[in-house]
Design a protein around this ligand. Sequence first.
Ligand SMILES: NC(=O)c1ccc[n+]([C@@H]2O[C@H](COP(=O)([O-])OP(=O)(O)OC[C@H]3O[C@@H](n4cnc5c(N)ncnc54)[C@H](OP(=O)(O)O)[C@@H]3O)[C@@H](O)[C@H]2O)c1
Length: 341
Amino acid sequence: MPTTVTAPAVPIAEGVELSAVGYGAMSLAGAYGPIDEADAQRLLDGLLERGVTHIDTANVYGAGLSEQILGRFLARTGLRDRFAIASKVGIVQGGGIGKRGVRGDREHIREQIEGSLDRLGTDALDLYYLHRPDPNVPVEESVAALAELVAEGKIRSIGLSEVTGEELRRAHAVHPIAAVQSEWSLVSRDVERFVIPAAVELGVAFVAYSPVSRGLLTDRFDAAVSALGGSRQNFPRFAEANLAANLAVAERLRAIAAGIGAPLATLAIAWLEHRAAATGLGLVSIPGTRSLANLDESIAGGSLTLEASQAAELEAAAAEISGPRTFDPVWVSGGREGLIG
Ligand SMILES: NC(=O)c1ccc[n+]([C@@H]2O[C@H](COP(=O)([O-])OP(=O)(O)OC[C@H]3O[C@@H](n4cnc5c(N)ncnc54)[C@H](OP(=O)(O)O)[C@@H]3O)[C@@H](O)[C@H]2O)c1
């Protein structure tokens, strides 16, 4: 029996709601290891019966491949109307992670939306994010360009990824922002300082990416496989200097999880729900995976209520994490807010 999402869907804009646990489709393009088309389609086939009706992708995931796979799924099944589909614009592929560019200008946004709609085979996206604020374009200008797409019916709502609390407030003054997407997990908590308070105050939903910390916060993280390829080793926490210490942190967290009686991935999602409930934040988690069995562990977290003492025990162990969550502090909100050195 598949595990189903039981937490209520999160409304983010008129006529748009996201299932409390969504699916992060970066994994469809092999971000953390290979997956073939047939397995990708089987995985997508399993979402609806689990109540996962939100799918997150981006123009840059596999240089369009993630959107294309999703587009083939939607065309094959005719289920477009059953899903809230989000994509993103703004990251320009460069020579590898850390060497990527950012473009938030109107011309680029207007050009890129057409490619995303085409690859997904849809007339409109439910949610379209600016993937990163462009240091050379005021966020107000990027949001004004996105607002044109809303007016034209090409997108139903606007999101921002890895914006600071201040950038979110400035953007929201131009056009209502439906969702902010940033990394948030037991081991990546900088957003709790400025971004989440701003989101709560403005009534903006929070979409947590890398909620199981790229596999570290699970029962089956294989450091040897991780070292073989994919994007993970670009992140300081998975680099040689920090990996052994962080594997030990994960082991301690697994022991706590075993004491509670749930897989660590389940607790990682339950902890996000626990924190969001404490602040009145509308939360959506978007775990990425190539396996429905792994997705089921994450979905189960949406229905598990943690005791305050259990959350505190997990937080204390997770606080021992070594290394920043990013390869470049200015790439994420916490770096620009002076929280990540
Ligand atoms: N806005 C942004 O800048 C940004 C950045 C990163 C990601 N995202 C979005 O957020 C989504 C999720 O983030 P993410 O994929 O980086 O990280 P994640 O969801 O924290 O972790 C994904 C990794 O965890 C593994 N995993 C998941 N559940 C597992 C389980 N129960 N047991 C063992 N391993 C498990 C997956 O391996 P298997 O495939 O083997 O299950 C995969 O390697 C992405 O797909 C993307 O849509 C956005």
